[in-house]
Design a protein. Sequence first.
Length: 472
Amino acid sequence: MSREPVQKHARAGLQGDSRSLPDAVRCPRCSTGIDLGAQTLRCRKCGQFYPRLGTIPIILPEPLAYLASCKGQMDRLAEQVERTVLDVREQLQAADLLPLTRERCQTTIEGIAGQLADVRTILEPLLPEAIRPEGSLQSEQLPATLDYLPYLYRDWGWPAEAQGENEHALSTVEEVLGDGHPGRTLVMGAGACRLAYDLHHRHPDAEFMVLDLDPVLFSAAHAVTHGQSLSIREANLEMGDLGQSAREWLLVAPQGPVDDARFHFLVADAVDPPLDPGLFDTVLTPWFIDQGPEDVRDLISTLHLILKPGGRWVNLGPLKYDLDVPISRRFTREELFDLAERAGFRVGPWKSEAVPYLVSKLNGRGKMEWVLAFCATKLDAPQEESESRGGPPAWLVFRHLPIPTFDGQGLFWSEASTIRMVVSSIDGRRTLDDIALLVAERAGQPDISMSQVRTAVRQCLQQVHPGCRPEG
Ligand SMILES: C[S@@+](CC[C@H](N)C(=O)[O-])C[C@H]1O[C@@H](n2cnc3c(N)ncnc32)[C@H](O)[C@@H]1O
């Protein structure tokens, strides 16, 4: 473990700007402010309608496709459960089963069918009738929305314990946060929201905004943190003792409801949050950086943009990237810290440790996970020494930094129209993101992700910009 003293965080940031966090929400299509207090959410400039999941605003570029995908995922879950139930029922026809086996199979059927009914009770009333379970948004573009149910049991069902998983997560975040005040805090990929809720109760005068895409976790979290109690069954197909195949959890918020004026839910993409820049004192990424973004470097740019100077990025979680993330983009702690510093953060304090992770209170199964916690402070000005560290220029790595012009740029010509376009777009102010947007608009291929467009722009810059050459 390594430590550095934590800088006291000034509350002053909140004083100059009296806006509440919902005032900072922007249309993800045209960046115009959206009035979240309105009954119907519609962008007054581009006209895009933003529905709600229950009462949670869905501020995504394609909100109806999102709702359709939720419905589609609900239907797929139902089909899956139906198949399993039919299969177990068929097995129950066999004459050679022990009475105990029959009993267990029956409990399993009731458990998984009951779990499906519980999930339906949470989600279905929130999905508009008219939404059809298909849409232009591919389901792969959303996290697997029903995979995360154990977070609900852990966050709101498990009993309090001195060294429980929720308690340990809170104390670790407080340790790296030090005695500073969190101020305006954004929680990315907040999931079932227990950590955000606990911090809210520790700091009642701070203001929190939680973002996630998972409709079940998020709507259950919204209900529980607004005083409702929900019951949900845990059922699994793992064998141990007979009594370990199913049980019911009652989900309740242990310290009562949140203060609605200081705790806001938004279904939104945390990698590209539809929020004013430079507003947050703290951004928390709990178990998120290896799951949410396609490329962590893009998330670091977002964090830099969204934080105030002096604001803090607080991370907690493993570095367990999906297998489809290229190995060169699965960063270790040291690479992550190097990236953060090149982007304009000062890193520290930090700690890493192996902790129990989702060890089920039903059957004792789960795992130990290596987890990294750190706090990184956004510097007032970019670090000059970033250039002298060696390696690529920071503007090539990150999407938020201006790309410098170069000698001879006006005379540049290439047969490749994309390269010509990239070079003619460099004006000393535009960033990788700005140029990628121009390229994407011209290409007009919606199936290509912005991360892929940025990669293409980076390749063009590498070929032509003298700043990308070691001697440049
Ligand atoms: C591993 S879970 C962690 C949940 C929670 N932070 C916790 O520690 O229990 C990752 C969460 O990130 C959410 N997520 C993934 N990609 C996201 C994105 N682009 N924007 C917002 N949330 C996202 C998932 O829905 C999920 O709830």
